[in-house]
Design a protein around this ligand. Structure first.
Ligand code: BEZ
Ligand code: FE
Length: 298
């Protein structure tokens, strides 16, 4: 028998239509559409602080000029770069490209002033407004969802160790093929996504499946660069989380899996050692793991 949460989650899957993107490259374009609908997009604009714009633009262009000089970049290479930059824009892949190759550096700067649970990149595949669940919760999944079942438990506390009642864990992940609902074809909207409210002691239990590694789409310009440079396009398997509570700074993070592929070579350079889970086998084919979150004051 499904629990009330499971019934709510299934109903959410039943009433939403799935994505129609037919190719891997479309996940980049979907990421652009998704970013356009966010508050961060609406509020983004060039700062009015001229000195700051001058400093950043001058430093950025200076770094580009230095690379051209050091590596004796030729006219054909310059034109190839122009074409590739146009392709990234026309393919809607700027959010994808920037989240793969640049976001980690911005996050590392932000982290210098943070305490509590270590954060990492958000990435382009967050979708707000997912089904609301209460602990113990089961993420919405297809009836035949493949993958090793995982029970993910823990407690949310403040920096003194006091429980944070009713903390909220917004969680999303790829499936056992490494695909995200909302960005890949044939996966119901809301699959393996949910917003879980913890109990009065900040404790939570979330039942899901262990995700697979994620591959940056190889058929668009971001993938073309990765392949032209001889890199690999993989991120290690991970769970995404936004952990929040009133009066606390929201932690944006990801949890990885010990022993998993690409932990040491994440294309997005977002793995941190504090964020690696080591689930234990329960004996019935499923796994379980505990991870506690610490939220600092806002
Ligand atoms: C991800 O976490 O899934 C992700 C991060 C950066 C770029 C693409 C995907
Ligand atoms: Fe991800």
């Amino acid at each position: 028998m499904p629990t009330t949460d499971e019934a709510v989650a299934q109903a959410a899957l039943d009433t939403q239509t799935g994505p129609t993107s037919p190719t891997a490259a479309d996940s980049g374009a979907s990421a652009s559409a998704s970013f356009r609908s966010t508050e961060q997009y609406s509020s983004a604009g060039l700062t009015t602080d001229t000195a700051r714009v001058d400093a950043l633009a001058r430093a950025l262009l200076g770094a580009v000029h230095q690379v051209i000089s050091d590596h004796e970049v030729t006219y054909p290479e310059f034109q190839a770069a122009k074409k590739w930059l146009m392709d990234v824009g026309e393919g809607g892949e700027w959010p994808l490209f920037l989240d793969v190759f640049v976001e980690h550096a911005v996050e590392e700067v932000a982290a210098r002033k943070q305490t509590g649970t270590v954060g990492t990149i958000l990435g382009p595949y967050y979708l707000p407004g997912q089904v609301q669940l209460t602990t113990p919760a089961t993420l919405p999944a297809r009836p035949d969802e493949a993958g090793t079942p995982l029970a993910f438990r823990g407690q949310v506390t403040d920096t003194t160790g006091a429980p944070v009642p009713g903390a909220v864990l917004d969680i999303w992940q790829a499936d056992e093929q490494g695909y995200y609902s909302g960005f890949a074809p044939d996966i119901p909207a809301g699959n393996l996504r949910g917003v879980v409210t913890a109990d009065v002691e900040g404790r939570f239990e979330i039942r899901t499946i262990q995700p697979a590694p994620y591959q940056v789409p190889t058929d668009g310009p971001t993938g073309a660069l990765i392949s032209a440079a001889g890199w690999h396009p993989w991120r290690p398997a991970h769970l995404h989380l936004l952990v929040s509570a009133p009066g606390r700074r929201t932690v944006t993070t990801q949890l990885y899996f010990a022993g998993g592929e690409y932990l040491d070579s994440d294309v997005a350079e977002a793995v941190k050692p504090e964020l690696v889970l080591d689930p234990t086998d329960v004996g019935d084919g499923s796994r379980e793991v505990t991870y506690d979150f610490v939220l600092e004051d806002a």
